[in-house]
Design a protein around this ligand. Structure first.
Ligand code: HEC
Length: 155
């Protein structure tokens, strides 16, 4: 086989590999859920990781509301920052590839908004502004939960 032909085959394989990877990156590892939602299929440990992050978001939301109620801007900024982008950045690439792109975008925008809330609390925005921001973010929690569920393989 000529080296030209080999190069062509190598190029084709490379394109296919990138294509398959891109397909997974966009689509994630999903199947029909049991209640009309789309299920993302993860290893049990990966599911635990995502759910732990979720409980962190719920705890942050509670602290933000309590901070607003007490006029405690420091509490708000601390809680919101902990749920911001910095905490989400270390998610491993294998797990990221299994999450559909829509899910990733929605999830990342919630983390980004947590940072926005922290910034608002640090720069003297009013409690009602912060409540409005938190309420907007909660819409995304609701929207995502109504579309997706997470199944663990082997369950
Ligand atoms: C990008 C999608 C997405 C966003 C945004 C999102 N969640 Fe979730 N969350 C999920 C999925 C999927 C589950 C698993 C649901 C299932 O399997 O039925 C979940 C589960 C949870 C759970 C259950 C955790 C457990 O231990 O079982 C809590 C609590 C939660 N989310 C809170 C929140 C809060 C609060 C927000 C917003 C501040 C939020 N989530 C935003 C997708 C999302």
């Amino acid at each position: 086989m000529s080296s030209n032909k080999l190069a062509q085959i190598a190029l084709l394989l490379w394109v296919i590999t990138i294509g398959v990877f891109a397909w997974f990156f966009v689509r994630g590892n999903t199947t029909a859920g049991n209640d009309g939602r789309t299920a993302i299929v993860l290893q049990p440990g990966e599911r635990d990781l995502v759910l732990k992050e979720m409980r962190g978001l719920l705890a942050a939301t509670q602290q933000i509301l309590e901070g607003v109620n007490q006029g405690d801007m420091q509490r708000i900024s601390k809680a919101a920052r902990a749920a911001g982008m910095a905490g989400a950045a270390d998610v491993n690439p294998v797990l990221m590839a299994k999450l559909p792109i829509e899910f990733k975008q929605l999830g990342m925008s919630v983390h980004q908004e947590m940072d926005d809330i922290a910034n608002a609390a640090e720069t003297g925005k009013s409690s009602s502004d912060i409540l409005q921001m938190a309420s907007n973010s909660l819409n995304k929690c609701v929207a995502c939960h109504s579309s997706w569920q997470i199944n663990a393989t082997g369950q």
